[in-house]
Design a protein. Structure first.
Ligand code: AMP
Length: 216
């Protein structure tokens, strides 16, 4: 199964992609985390991407398209994948279509997570993760059970994304509405779009997504 998770920053794409990954045994391909890894490793791609990411702007299409094209050729993608954060522009969507055609693969579904704007700001400005295992937390909605200690791996190190701040978030939301939101119509016209209410609790949303996927 090959699917795209579409939605603004903070809509829960990463969280839901993790759950889909566990339930369906297909990898989550997050262009955001691939780019963050590249920035940390100071690769050529990372160096090119860093300033746009710091400002909350989109990285050039050609950089991201190259990363995805290379990644979906890896053996763990043989049975499918979940794209989280890609495509984010119409040229990226066209490029994805062309690369799948070339590889004789088909896209099965695009799940759009629908979330109110006010909730996005609150969700993003409070989120942090365990530096060791990546478990996600939130200042208001999900603190570790024992203060300062990760529920999953006991690590005491946590981190916040550099771009999860009010100023950058504004630019990221603008980029979403200007560049990414048109993909809703693009995939609707292709008959692939499935809207899911992203405002409920994490497990309820996961169930709703799974119901959609079970019908594919
Ligand atoms: P994310 O983790 O998906 O919120 O992505 C973090 C940042 O990485 C974004 O604000 C962009 O700067 C960059 N990025 C991730 N995916 C893409 C993409 N498909 N196209 C362009 N930039 C991207």
């Amino acid at each position: 199964m090959r699917l795209i998770l579409l939605g603004p920053p903070g809509s829960g794409k990463g969280t839901q992609a993790n759950l889909i990954e566990d339930n369906n045994s297909i990898p989550q391909l997050s262009t955001g985390s691939m780019l963050r890894d590249a920035v940390e490793a100071q690769t050529e791609t990372g160096i090119k991407a860093k300033s746009a990411m710091d400002a909350g702007k989109l990285v050039s299409d050609y950089v991201v398209i190259a990363i995805v094209s290379e990644r979906i050729d890896k053996p763990d993608c043989a049975n499918g994948f979940i794209l989280d954060g890609f495509p984010r522009t119409l040229p990226q969507a066209d490029a994805l279509g062309a690369m799948l055609d070339e590889k004789e693969l088909k896209l099965d579904c695009v799940v759009e997570l629908q979330v109110d704007d006010d909730a996005l700001v609150e969700r993003i400005s409070g989120r942090f993760t365990c530096s060791e295992c990546g478990e996600g937390y939130h200042d208001k909605y999900k603190l570790p059970a024992v203060s300062g200690k990760c529920d999953r791996c006991d690590s005491k190190e946590f981190m916040r994304r550099a771009d999860d701040n009010a100023k950058t978030l504004h630019t990221r939301l603008q980029a979403y509405y200007k560049e990414t939101a048109p993909l809703v119509g693009y995939y609707y016209a292709k008959g692939l779009l499935r809207g899911v209410n992203g405002m409920g609790d994490m497990d309820g949303i996961a169930e709703e997504i799974q119901t959609v996927l079970d019908k594919i």
